[in-house]
Design a protein around this ligand. Sequence first.
Ligand code: ADP
Ligand code: MG
Length: 729
Amino acid sequence: MASPGSIDSLIFEEGAPVKATETNSRVSDYFGRLTFSGDVMLKRLPPDVAMSLAGTIMKGHPLDPMVANTVAGAMKDWAIDNGATHFCHWFHPLTGSTAEKHDAFLSVNGDGVAIEKFSGNALIVGEPDASSFPSGGIRDTYEARGYTAWDANSPAFLLTTTHGVTTLCIPTAFASYTGEALDMKTPLIRSVQAVVKQATRILRIFGTDTGVNQVFGTLGCEQEYFLIDQGLFQERLDLVICGRTLIGATPPKGHQLDDHYFGAIPSRVLSYMAEAERRLFELGIPVKTRHNEVAPGQYELAPTFERTNVAADHQMLTMHVLKDVARKHGFECLIHEKPFAGINGSGKHNNWSLSTDTGTNLLNPTVDTHTNLQFLVFLCAVIRAVDTHAELLRASIASAGNDHRLGANEAPPAIMSVFLGEMLTDIINQLEAGKPRKTVKGGTLDLHADSLSDVPRHAGDRNRTSPFAFTGNKFEFRAVGSTASVAWPTTVLNTMVAESLDFMASSLEKMVGKKPTPAKIESSVRSLLKEVVKKHRRVCFDGDGYSDEWTKEAAKRGLPNICNAADSLPIFKSRIATSLFSKYGVLSARELKARGEVLLEQYCTNLEIEGRTLSTIIRTQVLPASLRAQAELADVVGATQVAGVECPDTEADLRALVGQISKLRTGILEVEAALTSNTHDPEKYAKWLRSELVPAMTRTRDASDWIESRISAELWPMPTYAQMLLVGR
Ligand code: ADP
Ligand code: MG
C-alpha cells in the first residue's frame, strides 16, 4: 500500500471521483442555492420586503431599516433549514484575506428555554474587536472597538466546509470606532461611487443618460493556481509556511514544450475542478472557464463578470473554495504568485469596465468606432489615467509575492503600459492627426480548406505581455498578483479613472458651453482628445513587453519602471496620492497613510518569515543532508586511496561539494544577519530587506540548488520540483 503523498500513491490513488451531477440536477437548478437572493428571497419574504431588498441588491439602494427584522428572521430560518447553527459578519480586513467571527443563533432565556434568534440589528451591524487587525496606526491595541456593517448589495450566503459545517455569512464592511475604513470593501464601494459619478457626467454631455438610472462597475477576475499533491506539500516547510518554495533545483522539464497549456485536463484534476465549480455555482458564483495553464501543474479558472463589489467578494470566496476542495481531493492548491522559481508564476487578470443599467457597456467600441465619440472619451480617459497615475497603479499590485513576477521573464513587466491593438491604435493616430474617418475592420480569415468555414477575424491581435490591455470591450489589468484581494487594485484603478473622467467632463463642459449642439460637442471632443492623445499616448505600447528594447524605450519615454514593492509602496504617502484619494472621497489622508503602512509592514513581515524559514530549512534539513553526502564522498575517496587507486574526479567532486557547503553556510549567516536590522522606519526597513535579505536568500538558494542537483536523491530531505510538478497527473 502506497503511503499517502508518495509518488506511488499519486499514480495509483485517484481522487474521490466527484460527479458534476452529484445533486442530480442541472446547474441552473442549483445555481445560487446557498445565497439569500433570487428565488430563495422571493419564497421566504413577504412581497413588499422582497421588493425592498431586491432594490437594495440590484440598484445599490441602502437597506430600509424597517424591513431589517423581517429579512433577518427569514434569513435565519433559511440558514437553519440548511443546517447552519451560526452566523458571522464576513469581511475583508487589511490582512488581504477574509475574516469571520461566528455567533450562534441559539439564545437561552432566564427560564432556560432555548430558542434561535437573529435580529435585524445583528444583521446590519456587528461589533467585532478590531484591535488585532492591521490598522496602520489608526488604532492602538487598547482601542478595541470596531464595527461591521452589512453590504446588502452583496447577497448573504451559506458557507459549508468540506467537512459539512455550515455558517450563514453576511458580507460586511469593517470600520474603526472613529469611522475610518479598516477593510478592502469600504474604499472599493466608495471608488465605484466616484468613478460612476464622473462617468455619468460624460453620458450627460452626450445626452446618452436618458433612461439610465444607474452606471456601475463590472469586474471579471481570472485566477491562476497550481495543484500539487497534499502529501508532498506537507513535506515542504517552505510551502507550508510561505506558500512558495524557497529552494529547489530546476527540473529537467518545465514548460519548454508548451505541452501543458490547454492540454487535456488530467482526470483527477478535472474531478477536483468539477467539485470546486459545483460549490461555487451553489454560492452563485458564475464560473465559466477552466483550463491547464502554461506551467506543469498550473491551472486557471475564470468567472463571468459581475458588479464590482459582488465580483470582489466572489473572488475571495473562489480562492477559499479552491483551497478547501483541493484538500478533499488530496491536493494542495497553491495561490502564491511564484511557488516555483524558474517556472511560470500565477496572476489574476482583472477584467474591468463600466456599464449602464440599460445594458450599455461603456467600453464597447461598436462597429464604427471612429464615430463612437463617447467610447473614445472613455478610452482616452483610461489611457490618460494610466499615464498620469502609473506609479499608483504599479503600487496597487505591489507585494512580496508579486515582486517575483513583475519584471520577471514570463509576466508583465513593472512598466505600466496600455495595449490597444491595431484598430484602436489606428484610431488614436487619426485622433492625433485631427478627425478620425475610418475604422479598420478585421474581416474574415480563409483557412483554405473547403470543409472549414471562414473565421471572423478580430480587428486586433492579443498581447500576453501587456500589463494593461484593451481586450475587445474591457480593459484587462493583468499584472495583479494571484493572492491579491482584487478590491485594492480595483479601488486604485477606479479612483484614477474617476480623476481622469472628471478632467474630461470638466474640459468638455467648459468647451461645449450652456447650449451644446451636436456639432459643437463633436468639435470639442475632437480637440480635447487630440490634446490628450498627444500628451499621453507614450503609455501605449503594442509590442513585446518582455523585451529589453521595451525597457529601454520606456525609459526614453519617461515611463516609470519600479521593479520592487519596497520602492513602489511609499507612493501611497505622497501628496499627490493623498489629495487624489481624498478629493474623490475614497480614502482620507489618514486612511490612505494607514493603508500604505500596512502594505509596507506586510511586505516586511512576509520577507522576514521567508528569511527565517529558509534559515530553518537550511540548518535543519539541507546542511545535515549535505554533510552526510560529504561524509559519503570522503569515505569513497579514502577507501579508494587506501586500495591504492587514485580518484581525482571523486576528489574534485568532494572539493566542489565542500565549496558549496561553505557557500551555504556563508549565505545563511548573511540571511540571519540581514534579519537583525534595528531599523524601525517601515520604509527604510523594507528597502533594507530588499537590498540585503533578498540577495542573501538568493545566494543561499543557489548553493542549495547546486547541492540538490548533485547529491544522492536518497539523501535529499524533501520533495523535488520534478516530483511536485511532473509526477502522477
Ligand atoms: P478574453 O478571453 O479576451 O480574456 P473573455 O470574454 O473570455 O475574454 O473574458 C475574460 C474575463 O473578462 C471573463 O471573466 C469575463 O466575464 C470578463 N469580462 C468580459 N466582459 C467584461 C466586462 N464588460 N466587464 C468586466 N469583465 C468582463
Ligand atoms: Mg483574458
